[in-house]
Write a protein that binds this ligand. Structure first.
Ligand code: CS2
Length: 453
């Protein structure tokens, strides 16, 4: 059968939901992975005001092979308690590999450059949020070669523009807008490059659980769509986006699609990073014996809830009118969604980059208040067990972490070796005896025969 066009515009967009017309590229998005396709791209489509996206893949070119032949169309499968539903998204108009980044950012028709490149994609120091000037790739980019890092490409693109542009960081970093601005400025200064166009770096809080797509998901999508969609993404019904309303050159009507615009994203961001992501990491490390996060909730839900209530909650400022109790309960329900098949190993990846903003901020704030962050320490100890014992360590600092624990034979030695890694713990946390002792106690328990975890 020779259909195409792309497969009759995905069988007439399934429910005859019309594709927004005409849309042209006003957004360049760095990191067109599953998360972007299930989150910002959906909001952009739902805004319905003609903004199109040029998605750039920073690492693997596979997504270009998947989406380009489909004219950028792909399906989003939502799996909730009511079953599964599918829809087609048409906001992605162009898909390119990383070498096109600077050229596409330089295009004056582009008004927003957004990013989901994951924590490690910035090559920054997770404890301070500053670009790592000793990163070999950053150093090579700074010699003036055709840049290969996200920061190198972003700065080169920005330096070639005159028209104002908004740089919208959508990764799970603390104060993500300001943090990225700091890195851009530092990189530009080191590179001796001037950025003369007006820029804005709004803060954002993004939320939607989007596990990696599996071959079984492709088959399920094919059954639902009647088309083999190579770009399918699978997600939960829940979605949230809170954005600081400070744009340099306009934006889609994302508010019409449900995004919340506010002057101060920080309280939402802290809540999300510390409650959702902190709990998620805790579930993944404590529950590493489970393949999927949902399977771990039964056994570990109580510990996670105590982390939220006793450690994280006292460190948060809750926005007026926000129902924190409802939010915390809903997180456990979302984690327990059995249809989502989110692997604990996926969440456990890159712990060195995730721990600081998810768990260590809570630890610091509680220690400063003279409290013992018992549950947060349990989660951190579970990460230490992972570093010490996991067969594979998927982390940009893997060699450094492995080296640190290689000479350790006992839990207290592992704790001391890892607490000394300032890229993760900063220079301060190892000085807190109470924190160190909690870690040793937990790690001893976690590695003993008969540990409940
Ligand atoms: C997860 C997040 O993989 C992980 O580390 O904690 O990707 C999480 O699913 C999202 O932040 C939810 O918004």
């Amino acid at each position: 059968m020779n259909t195409h066009q792309w497969e009759d515009t995905m069988r007439l967009s399934l429910t005859t939901r019309p594709r927004p017309v005409p849309s042209s590229v006003g957004i360049v998005h760095l990191g067109i992975g599953a998360f972007h396709r299930a989150h910002q791209a959906v909001y952009t489509e739902d805004a319905g005001d003609g903004w199109g996206i040029c998605g750039i893949t920073q690492r693997s070119a596979t997504v270009v092979d998947q989406l380009a032949p489909q004219d950028g169309l792909y399906s989003v499968l939502e799996r909730g308690s009511e079953g599964v539903s599918a829809r087609i998204i048409g906001a992605v108009r162009e898909v390119r590999t990383g070498d096109a980044t600077a050229e596409r950012i330089a295009d004056s028709a582009v008004r927003i450059v957004s990013l989901t490149v994951t924590e490690k994609g910035y090559r920054h120091d997770p404890a301070t949020g500053r670009l790592r000037m000793d990163d070999p790739e950053v150093c090579l980019d700074l010699t003036g070669r055709e840049p290969r890092t996200v920061l190198g490409r972003l700065v080169r693109g920005l330096s070639r523009r005159e028209a104002p542009v908004t740089v919208l960081c959508c990764d799970n970093l603390t104060a993500n807008g300001a943090t990225l601005r700091g890195m851009v400025e530092e990189y530009a200064e080191r590179a001796g490059v001037k950025i003369t166009c007006a820029t804005a770096f709004p803060a954002t809080m993004v939320d939607r659980i989007v596990p990696a797509t599996t071959p079984a998901d492709l088959d399920e999508a094919e059954r639902l769509l009647g088309v083999r969609d190579h770009g399918v993404v699978v997600t939960e019904p829940f979605t949230q986006w809170v954005i600081e309303d400070s744009f340099a050159a306009g934006r889609p009507a994302w508010d019409k699609a449900g995004a919340i615009f506010t002057g101060d994203v920080a309280p939402y961001e802290l809540m999300k990073l510390r409650l959702l992501n902190g709990s998620h990491s805790m579930l993944a490390y404590l529950g590493s014996r489970f393949e999927y996060a949902a399977e771990a909730v039964d056994a570990l839900g109580d510990a996670v809830r105590r982390y939220m209530d006793e450690d994280a909650t006292p460190t948060l400022t809750v926005p007026a009118g926000f129902d924190l109790e409802e939010y915390k309960a809903s997180l456990l329900t979302r984690f327990a969604n059995p249809a989502l098949r989110h692997r604990t190993a996926q969440i456990a990846m890159d712990g060195s980059q995730k721990l600081p903003q998810r768990l260590l901020g809570v630890v610091r704030d509680r220690l400063a208040a003279g409290a013992e962050p018992r549950w947060a320490a349990l989660a951190v100890a579970a990460w230490m067990r992972h570093v010490w014992t996991a067969k594979e360590l998927d982390d940009p600092l893997a060699d450094h972490l492995r080296m640190a624990v290689s000479r350790a034979g006992r839990p207290d030695e592992v704790v001391d070796a890892l607490l000394g890694i300032t890229e993760v713990f900063g220079p301060d946390l190892r000085e807190f005896r109470v924190f160190r002792d909690l870690l040793v106690e937990h790690l001893t328990e976690l590695t003993a025969d008969g540990s409940p975890y």
